[in-house]
Design a protein around this ligand. Structure first.
Ligand code: SF4
Length: 122
């Protein structure tokens, strides 16, 4: 299959490839004790259904906080930075979590925040 990837890690299919069906399982991810089933769908179904092909829908950890077994917070690489943001490179001060040295990327768009101040210690 000929496929590239967009910023969220979703495959971009060649036009001759059969598109995935809405609701079809894209991948199951395991991140430090957390299992995430990623299904094809739409981020804005009313506007996108019938216009775009279904795409992998990744969890939104900013609205649905999720923690690893050891209490580390899962984050979206393109999520808004928090008060503990620490740029990993000069010039990335206004970036996403992806620009933060605390992000340990586990997938193209998902990772674990290693900031101890964001860790849940219960
Ligand atoms: S990776 Fe963690 S510490 Fe860095 S900006 Fe994101 S949530 Fe904050």
């Amino acid at each position: 299959m000929s496929a590239g990837r967009n910023i969220r890690g979703a495959p971009i299919y060649a036009t001759s490839t059969e598109p995935p069906a809405e609701g079809e399982l894209y991948r199951t991810l395991e991140i430090e004790g957390v299992t995430l089933d990623i299904f094809y769908g739409y981020y804005d179904p009313e506007r996108e259904r019938g216009v775009l092909e279904p795409m992998p829908i990744f969890p939104d950890f900013q609205n649905d906080p999720t923690y690893t077994e050891l209490g580390y917070m899962l984050v979206n690489a393109d999520g808004d930075v928090c008060e503990h943001f620490s740029p990993k490179a000069e010039g990335s001060e206004e970036g996403w979590c992806n620009d933060c040295r605390y992000l340990e990327l586990h997938d193209t768009c998902l990772g674990v925040c290693r900031c101890e101040q964001n860790r849940k210690n219960e």
